[in-house]
Design a protein around this ligand. Structure first.
Ligand code: ADP
Ligand code: MG
Length: 166
């Protein structure tokens, strides 16, 4: 497989890395690295404006796990569930929440405490109620491309980050 040239990943301080993502292929490539580093129960929160590349990152992760179907944005459904490569993977998008209480009402607490992997777009919409993540990936526009900052906040998150940055 050709190595994408657009992905430049740099280790920062312990528990941090930054990546410049020159194009969509680079975001997919980072997503693929994330996909290979996912373990049961891992919670990864994806921050960034509309169009920052959060769903693209999830698409890359699912591709790396062997999923070949469409990866739809869960903006209206709140969650899309995948069972791939012996992992349950929940792709959440809380964009439409008007207040964090809606997260509790939606009844997702169980998913966040179980063996399924949680990849969450717009976690800030459920701020104060969501459990702390293992890994946070913040995406922002940078010229024509994007910049990603990865921050781990648990031992499992750090292991995941180590594998991504290898
Ligand atoms: P989000 O889920 O954050 O709203 P999407 O993943 O839907 O964003 O991506 C929005 C658009 O940005 C898509 O057209 C996608 O192809 C494009 N995109 C993703 N990553 C990059 C990148 N690194 N450089 C340029 N465009 C990108
Ligand atoms: Mg999205």
């Amino acid at each position: 497989m050709m190595q994408p040239t657009g992905l430049a990943l740099q280790r920062q301080a312990a528990g941090e890395a930054v990546a410049h993502l020159a194009d969509e292929a680079a975001t997919l490539a980072l997503g693929q690295r994330l996909g290979r580093a996912l373990r049961p129960g891992l919670k990864v929160y994806l921050q960034g404006d509309l169009g920052a590349g959060k769903t693209t990152l999830v698409r890359g992760a699912l591709r790396a796990l062997g999923y070949r179907g469409p990866v739809k944005s869960p903006t209206f459904t709140l969650v899309e569930v995948y069972c791939v490569s012996s992992l349950y993977l929940y792709h959440f998008d809380f964009y439409r929440f008007e207040n964090p209480q809606e997260w509790r009402d939606a009844g997702f607490r169980e998913e966040f405490g179980g063996p399924g992997v949680c990849l969450v777009e717009w976690p800030e919409k459920a701020a104060g109620l969501l459990p702390v993540p293992d890994l946070t990936i913040t995406l922002e526009h940078a010229g024509q491309g994007r910049r990603a900052r990865l921050t781990s906040t648990s031992e499992q998150g750090r292991q995941c980050l180590d594998q991504i940055a290898q």
